[in-house]
Ligand binder design. Structure first.
Ligand SMILES: Cc1cc2nc3c(=O)[nH]c(=O)nc-3n(C[C@H](O)[C@H](O)[C@H](O)COP(=O)(O)OP(=O)(O)OC[C@H]3O[C@@H](n4cnc5c(N)ncnc54)[C@H](O)[C@@H]3O)c2cc1C
Length: 303
């Protein structure tokens, strides 16, 4: 078994998500090679072949050009799996590689099972297992689904050169207009999940956030229902946060939510279901009706 991992740089920095690729590879087993379009100023420590193409020449983001570099390395390495993070970089590149090689692709893998690869479906309510029908497969893995692993060692760096002709031109990054709150800077976040019940109950959760000197967070259904604005959303399609204290109120603990908050120092979950998945990562699980517990806690804190 051989895996080719395709890591990512942004603005000259190797993204931490690259280490999640190693986490995937350690579970997948076999030999690992990596391809990076980046710079030798920052390389991951691992004991394997590292194909390095210079981002100054090929651009940090150019699916057209990077596709050609990746195909070249696939030809050399003959891997069983080519793995990307399910990021805008990965989801642009993976289908191009799969289509070019006429091989199967499985997107947003969250686990490896004995049969195949597990992905989420039905808005995270269900999981399905997909077994590729081709010997070689292209995969994207969900951010946060696999542990970040730093294997250690010194890579055997092979400078990679290729064709720079492209129908696309990467012009650089621009920060998005910053509207609303920056949850990433908050020391305390109190998040409202669907279990809060209705929009009218949001101020109850916001009051606890205020009493704790923190910010209001939310799960995606709460945002989708327009109970709060998107800048409050925590998770893979919201913000990634790591506050000192995270209080999850009526949040079940779907993998996409956990990916955004599981690095919090201390997690308290309030859920009426003692078996809610959030309990697996929470330091404290309060089994209670959120609309009874939260106002009582806020009252005690502000007394
Ligand atoms: C591509 C993709 C991206 C996604 N991105 C995100 C993301 O960024 N962030 C995100 O959050 N989700 C995201 N999701 C959705 C995710 O899969 C879940 O559906 C979502 O996180 C569930 O939100 P929830 O926990 O609030 O709701 P639910 O899963 O419905 O859970 C509600 C919880 O509240 C509890 N509860 C109910 N009533 C009460 C009560 N009265 N008192 C106490 N507890 C109560 C229940 O026991 C349950 O555990 C994404 C999904 C997909 C497919």
């Amino acid at each position: 078994m051989k895996t080719l991992l395709v890591g990512e740089y942004r603005e000259g920095k190797l993204l931490n998500s690259t280490y999640e690729l190693f986490g995937f590879a350690s579970q997948f087993g076999g030999e690992t090679a990596m391809l990076l379009v980046g710079s030798d100023a920052q390389l991951p420590a691992f004991d394997g072949t590292l194909y390095l193409a210079d981002a100054a020449i090929y651009g940090e983001y150019n699916p057209d050009v990077h596709k050609k570099l990746i195909l070249q390395v696939i030809d050399k390495e003959q891997p069983d799996a080519v793995v990307f993070i399910h990021s805008s970089y990965g989801w642009d590149l993976a289908p191009r590689i799969a289509a070019n090689l006429k091989i199967g692709q499985v997107s947003e893998v969250v686990a490896i099972t004995g049969i195949g690869f597990e992905t989420c479906c039905c808005n995270g309510k269900m999981r399905r297992t997909v077994k590729p029908a081709t010997g070689r497969t292209v995969l994207t893995i969900q951010a946060g689904a696999f542990p970040a692993v730093q294997p250690g060692g010194i890579p055997n760096v092979l400078k990679t050169v290729g064709d720079t002709a492209s129908a696309l031109n990467f012009t650089g990054y621009e920060p998005a207009d910053k509207k609303g709150i920056d949850l990433a800077k908050a020391d305390v976040i109190v998040s409202a999940g669907r279990g809060v019940g209705k929009k009218d109950n949001i101020p109850v959760i916001a009051a606890l956030a205020k009493a704790l000197g923190g910010e209001l967070g939310a799960s995606r259904p709460v945002v989708d229902a327009e109970w709060v604005t998107h800048d409050h959303q925590v998770g893979t399609t919201g913000q990634t946060v790591s506050p000192k204290l995270y209080v999850a109120c009526g949040v079940s603990g779907a993998i996409q939510h956990l990916a955004g908050m599981k690095k919090s120092d201390f997690i308290i979950a309030v859920n009426k279901d003692k078996d809610a998945p959030i309990g697996e990562i929470a330091d404290v699980l309060v089994v209670a009706d959120v609309m009874q517990f939260v106002p009582a806690l806020t009252a005690a804190l502000t007394r």
